[in-house]
Design a protein around this ligand. Structure first.
Ligand code: AMP
Ligand code: MN
Ligand code: MN
Ligand code: MN
Length: 285
């Protein structure tokens, strides 16, 4: 088992634990190196970093940026970023502004199928930062009996072709990569299997990403089967991309992988942390 986890969420975005609670849980589960990667926000990093110091965990500043590429939504992780780098900070603020309008559009779509009050209902699940996303709508839909759990709600609602879908323009891929690399971080394509791209379009995405200065691919993810892990490891080896691993943990009852329970990296891959200052015994691979 790997004791490094470079992808998870707190109440700053759509997780259910506060940054401090999240780090404590990671610590209890044996994580030695942790990155907090909230969607489009870095506001949880200070609290997480302080708790990590108390728990003797190496903490990595992270973020998961929402990107539009060829009309699709892609998530780009920024790892080992400087959260105070102004272009990154301002860029994230602009993305967050867009989320509130998109939430109104989602609520309007749900109204069309007779589901009223979803904006307020989703907002009841939103944390103090006010960042709203589809997960908050999902929790509202589950608690009102429209779906059984997280997995099924995203089959019936909130996705293209289903009720409650609203198209949205996020940041450009070039912007996200530039903000991350400009701040000194590694840009990493998150959970590549999630996008159902097909081989050719995936290669186009990786071409664009590498040309812009992207350096990593998230190979180990809760969204990936073992077969997909091998496929993406192959892409990483071929393109000399660094590989990353993350649970994408959102909450105890909502996530496929819990913190600190990740399988080993495939052979022959260079981990994204290879030139970071992490303890010798951490993340041995
Ligand atoms: P947003 O950034 O607001 O579009 O919301 C994206 C979030 O929705 C993801 O980070 C997940 O938390 C959640 N999500 C999307 N698709 C799924 C899925 N199939 N199963 C579980 N959660 C999902
Ligand atoms: Mn999420
Ligand atoms: Mn994601
Ligand atoms: Mn995520």
């Amino acid at each position: 088992m790997l004791n490094i986890d470079l992808h998870c969420h707190s109440t700053v975005s759509d997780g259910v634990l506060t940054p401090a609670q999240l780090v404590q849980r990671a610590s209890q589960r044996g994580v030695k190196v942790l990155a907090l990667t909230d969607h489009d926000d870095v506001a949880g990093l200070d609290e997480a970093c302080m708790t990590a110091a108390e728990e003797n965990i190496t903490f990595i500043n992270g973020v998961e940026i929402s990107v539009s590429w060829r009309g699709r939504t892609i998530h780009v992780l920024g790892l080992n970023i400087d959260p105070n780098y102004q272009p990154l900070f301002d860029g994230l603020a602009a993305i967050r502004d867009g989320r509130t309008q998109r939430a109104r559009n989602i609520a309007a779509e749900l109204e069309k199928v007779g589901i009223d009050g979803s904006f307020e209902g989703a907002f009841a699940h939103v944390g103090a930062r006010g960042l709203i996303g589809r997960t908050h709508f999902a929790r509202f839909l589950i608690e009102n009996g429209y779906a059984r759990d997280m997995k099924s709600v995203f089959k019936k609602y909130l996705v293209k072709g289903k009720p409650g879908y609203a198209h949205h323009e996020w940041a450009a891929l070039s912007e996200a990569v530039n903000w991350i690399t400009g701040s000194g971080g590694n840009a990493v394509i998150a959970h590549p299997a999630r996008y159902n791209l097909g081989k050719n379009v995936l290669n186009d995405l990786l071409d664009d990403f590498c040309a812009l200065g992207g350096t990593g691919l998230e190979v180990i993810s809760a969204s990936h089967t073992q077969q997909q892990v091998e496929i993406f490891a192959g892409h990483a080896r071929m393109r000399k991309l660094l590989v990353s691993c993350g649970s994408d943990f959102h909450g105890p009852d909502e996530s496929f992988y819990d913190l600190g329970k990740l399988p080993e990296l495939p052979a022959g891959c260079v981990p994204v942390w290879h030139d970071w200052k992490v303890p010798e015994n951490a993340a041995a691979s």
